[in-house]
Design a protein around this ligand. Structure first.
Ligand code: SAM
Ligand code: ZN
Length: 296
């Protein structure tokens, strides 16, 4: 018997990106994939995700297998667990009183935060979207009950209007107009971003991409048309990083596209040493909740 949260339940929420018709399972998703009434077919992967990006695909560079492995190891060590707890608690509050809520994690990566959120909800059902099939392979493993879909968030989302109760968006691109469309009236968007000063101590030892300091202001502006802010909370997480943590932290994000792995390792060893010494670093996040405006 499939559980109440079986991914098959969510398939009717998916729309064919070519013609907009509802998608349906052609059999076992992993073996036969999904198809629409007009006959457009999408492959399912043995690893548990489905790829709706066909044709020319996308012009964005997805996270690589190496970046995903670094993120998995870093997050698996629990270094950002306070952020996961904060997101889970906030999602629980926002969804209180919503039976069997549908969550959409837009840019879910390895599913680390979505897993933490689902664990606190008795009956949440989830869709995980990401451009990286390497990330979704891992997400499908940790979230066997979620529907994991390879998709580009800058394109119209392959989801029915009003299909989601909560969108989770953690360090990932945002598409405000599409987020409004796929949320139910009164639905929420929960966003985590890096805040000014994030990992500043690390910047002194490794050249990192700059954090956009007026990000939270601009985030509010880009969301203003469709959303009202419910709450914005600053979260500081003091970390003690060993050399290996430093390497993973740098190589798990967009910095990986710009730095040399050997140079990062040398800098990490110089900063934290191989004898167990650790570098004190502060991670700074903003966790903001928004409510979708409008009744329709
Ligand atoms: C910094 S990671 C964050 C992942 C996850 N939310 C986490 O915090 O662990 C950014 C994620 O966004 C995904 N991504 C980047 N551009 C994207 C796009 N245009 N559409 C969908 N996903 C995208 C990447 O593949 C990556 O998994
Ligand atoms: Zn179709």
């Amino acid at each position: 018997m499939p559980s109440a949260a079986h991914p098959l339940d969510l398939i009717p929420l998916l729309l064919c990106p070519v013609c907009g018709e509802q998608l349906e399972a052609a059999g076992q998703i992993a073996a036969q994939g999904l198809r629409c009434a007009a006959g457009h077919q999408y492959d399912g992967a043995r690893q548990g995700y489905v790829n709706l990006l066909t044709g020319r695909g996308t012009r964005f560079i997805p996270d690589t297998a190496e970046m995903v492995a670094a993120r998995d190891a870093f997050l698996g060590a629990g270094l950002y667990a306070p952020l996961a707890r904060q997101l889970a608690a906030k999602a629980g509050t926002l969804l209180a009183g919503t039976p069997t809520p549908v969550l959409l994690d837009a840019g879910a990566g390895t599913g680390y935060y979505l897993e933490a959120v689902l664990r606190t909800l008795a009956d949440g059902r989830a869709l995980a979207l990401d451009l990286s099939k390497f990330a979704l392979r891992r997400a499908a493993r940790v979230l066997p009950d979620a529907l994991c879909v390879v998709w580009d968030l800058w394109k119209p989302l392959p989801l029915a209007a009003g299909s989601s109760d909560l969108i989770l968006n953690v360090f990932a691109p945002r598409n405000p107009a599409e987020f409004v469309r796929v949320l139910k009236p009164g639905g929420h968007l929960l966003v985590a971003t890096a805040a000014p000063g994030h990992l500043d101590e690390l910047r002194e030892v490794v050249p990192l991409l700059a954090v956009d300091t007026d990000k939270s202001e601009r985030l509010g502006e880009t969301l203003a048309d469709g959303f009202e802010e419910v709450e914005s909370v600053a979260l500081q997480v003091p970390l003690q990083l060993a050399a290996e943590d430093i390497v993973r932290l740098v190589m798990m994000g967009p910095n990986a596209h710009h730095v040399d792995a050997g140079e990062v390792r040398a800098a990490a060893n110089a900063a934290a040493g191989s004898d167990g010494a650790q570098l004190p670093v502060t991670a700074r996040f903003t966790v903001a909740a928004y409510r979708r405006r409008g009744r329709r």
